[in-house]
Design a protein around this ligand. Structure first.
Ligand code: UT7
Length: 335
């Protein structure tokens, strides 16, 4: 089949896992805090509820649980894992939370690091991992998307606080010299539009000693121009997927699933319409979890695999998009 290079080392997708915190925050409950309603949130976003991390939970704890699920599904001996990439924008350690996951797992032979690309993070991390595998550098990789946006939401801003939630998902990827199950990919960023959605640092100026200034570290809350992000998503996501279809000789009819970053049901429906993908092929669990940033794609993937919607050899067109601005797409065959 065109678009697949059989001469190269390829990758196969061996397992998935996910984890969400137990605390549920419903639309009705949010409407006690800000002026909104269940009806407004559902009709504008498709979201009914989201999960919020408890006090003892953080990105590495959630990521660890998701990774363990993926490793168990893959039936891997933990010591055979070479690479762990954690996609997150909300690490519990700014120096990197992936090594903590490595330690919790006991993956003593793996190198582990964080990768930040907001809601495109899981897709970018998956592509990054596959490049190490295809180059022959490593054999087994775990890619995790884990985010705790609840810590950075302005809970008084009704335009953004209704959208987000916490969670984690992960996949296990292995090198193969059989068919390459990463059929194609594309990644983009446009820093000029970065101010549409960001989480900027907020520094306080101080003096170390006379004449030597410094800024103490810290972050503000999520800043979002919802309408601009919406327009960006419904324009760029269909384009990047269409181009990927052309490049790989696939089309909306011969894919089994469209797995988009779960940001807003209206975005999913609009992208589906533009691509002519029938609604039964569009995966969505937004209603239960909202936008969990780097976690949405693996969280949805794991749910669909475990309830046997996605089957071995199914073709999935996936796309992540969000802050940066960043966006990307990949065409994969599950298994
Ligand atoms: O990973 C990417 C993350 N970001 C996104 O995906 C964001 C993409 N954008 C969106 O999903 C939508 O733009 C939102 C859901 C955020 C907002 O929906 P919208 O249809 O674009 O609403 P809007 O911003 O145009 O606001 C319409 C009205 C405004 O009132 P006025 O000025 O017309 O009187 C808002 O003040 O709705 C008001 N509004 C609300 N009303 C009730 C805004 N937020 C709320 C709310 N409840 N939570």
């Amino acid at each position: 089949m065109e678009g697949i290079n059989l001469n190269q080392i390829g990758v196969s997708f061996k397992g998935s896992g996910s984890y969400v915190p137990n605390q549920i925050l419903t639309n009705q409950e949010i409407s006690k805090k800000v002026e909104t309603s269940d009806e407004w949130i559902k009709s504008r976003t498709g979201i009914s509820q989201r999960r919020i991390s408890g006090l003892s939970e953080n990105v590495s704890e959630m990521g660890y649980k998701a990774a363990l699920g993926a490793i168990e599904m893959a039936r891997w001996d933990i010591e055979t894992i070479d690479l762990i990439i954690l996609a997150t924008s909300t690490p519990n350690d700014l120096f990197g939370s992936a090594p903590e996951i490595q330690s919790k797992l006991g993956a003593i032979n793996a190198v582990a690091f964080d990768l930040t690309a907001a809601c495109s993070g899981f897709l970018f991390a998956t592509i990054t991992a596959t490049q190490f595998l295809k180059a022959g550098s490593y054999k087994r990789a775990v890619v995790i998307g884990s985010d705790q946006l609840s810590s950075y939401i302005d809970w008084n801003d009704r335009r953004s606080c209704i959208l987000f939630g916490d969670g984690a998902g992960a996949i296990a990827i292995e090198v193969t010299n059989e068919l390459d199950n990463l059929i194609g990919f594309s990644m983009r960023t446009d820093g000029q539009r970065g101010s549409f959605l960001n989480l900027p640092s907020q520094n306080n100026q101080d003096l170390i000693i006379d004449d030597i200034n410094f800024s103490s570290g810290g972050f503000s809350s999520i800043k979002m121009n919802g309408q601009e992000v919406y327009k960006f998503a419904v324009r760029e996501v269909p384009l990047i997927i269409e181009n990927l279809f052309k490049k790989t000789n696939f089309n909306s009819e011969n894919i089994n699933w469209l797995l988009l970053h779960q940001a807003n049901q209206r975005i999913l429906d609009s992208v589906g319409d533009r691509l002519n993908v029938s609604s039964e092929k569009i995966l969505s669990n937004l209603s239960n979890y909202g936008n969990t940033s780097a976690a949405t794609i693996p969280l949805m993937l794991d749910e669909a695999i475990r309830n046997k919607k996605i089957k071995e050899n199914d073709i999935i067109a996936t796309s992540g998009f969000g802050a940066g601005l960043s966006w990307g797409a990949a065409l994969i065959r599950w298994g």
